[in-house]
Ligand binder design. Structure first.
Ligand code: DGL
Length: 258
């Protein structure tokens, strides 16, 4: 599984609750975080190189790009490069549009909001709806902090989400970091706003691609890798331990990974 940071752990939780006994290798590119501010060609290059490096190290059956920002541009490149299934995560515009009677808010990174992929999704599945776009990287930072056991400033969150407050009935959490702060987002947007993400759909997709007939109990290996120091953060390792992972290991990119 791959993301720029810890956001993909929201997707991991969905997959691992269906398939706990599989081996999981979670790799995050903290050297280039946040992806929502990164140039597309850098993002494609880094994702491809890091995923390939992981595949050289371990026998991988399936890759999950647990990042909307990367998925909206990197999937064709990775699929060309690899001969195993690659599953991506894109904003859940379609289910949100089906649920909405008023207006849909798409909350994502600044990059995802501008991507053609996202605008095609809106055109294809929510053409008859008013879709309000909100791109913000501070929300991503908040989720990173929460997983390091720091509290979230609800006033700051309210300010960021203010264009949507009172104006939507469904919000798409279009960044994998956001389900990690779902509770806080719900407090700010109000309990009558439905929050939709892609996590459980991705988990079912992974299960079907792996052709698992019988779900087994018990844990497999669970390891986390990051692309840059500082990678040994006590608070983060505690959260990871609760999810069954061993402490973060370092997996840097260098010239030989080209
Ligand atoms: N978790 C990511 C996403 O789903 C990226 C967040 C970031 O690094 O900007 O878009």
């Amino acid at each position: 599984m791959f993301d720029s940071g810890v956001g993909g752990l929201s997707v991991f939780q969905e997959i691992a609750s269906l398939l706990p006994s599989e081996n999981y290798f979670y790799l995050f590119d903290n050297e280039a975080y946040p992806y929502g501010e990164l140039a597309p060609d850098v993002l494609v290059d880094r994702t491809c190189r890091l995923v390939r490096k992981m595949m050289i190290r371990e026998a991988i059956d399936i890759v999950v790009i647990a990042c909307n920002t990367a998925s909206t541009i990197v999937l064709p490149h990775l699929r060309e490069l690899l001969n195993i299934p690659v599953v991506g995560v894109v904003p859940a515009i379609k289910p949100a549009s089906l649920l909405s009677k008023k207006a849909v808010g798409l909350i994502a990174t600044p990059a995802t909001i501008t991507r053609q992929y996202t605008h095609d999704l809106i055109r294809d599945f929510a053409d008859d709806k008013d879709v309000k776009l909100l791109g913000n990287s501070q929300l991503v930072d908040m989720a990173e902090k929460k997983l390091r056991n720091q509290t979230i400033d609800l006033e700051q969150l309210r300010e960021i989400l203010s264009p949507l407050i009172g104006n939507i009935d469904v919000a798409v959490l279009g960044c994998t970091h956001f389900p990690l702060i779902k509770q806080e987002i719900s407090i700010v947007l109000g309990g009558n706003v439905e929050l939709v993400d892609s996590g459980s759909a991705i988990a079912r997709r992974v299960e079907s691609l792996l052709e698992i007939r019988e779900r087994e109990k018990g844990y497999g290996r669970r390891e986390v890798f990051s692309s840059a120091s500082p990678y040994q953060e006590e608070a983060l390792n505690i959260t990871l331990k609760q999810l069954g992972f061993s402490p973060v290991q370092l997996m840097t990119l260098d010239v030989s990974d080209r």
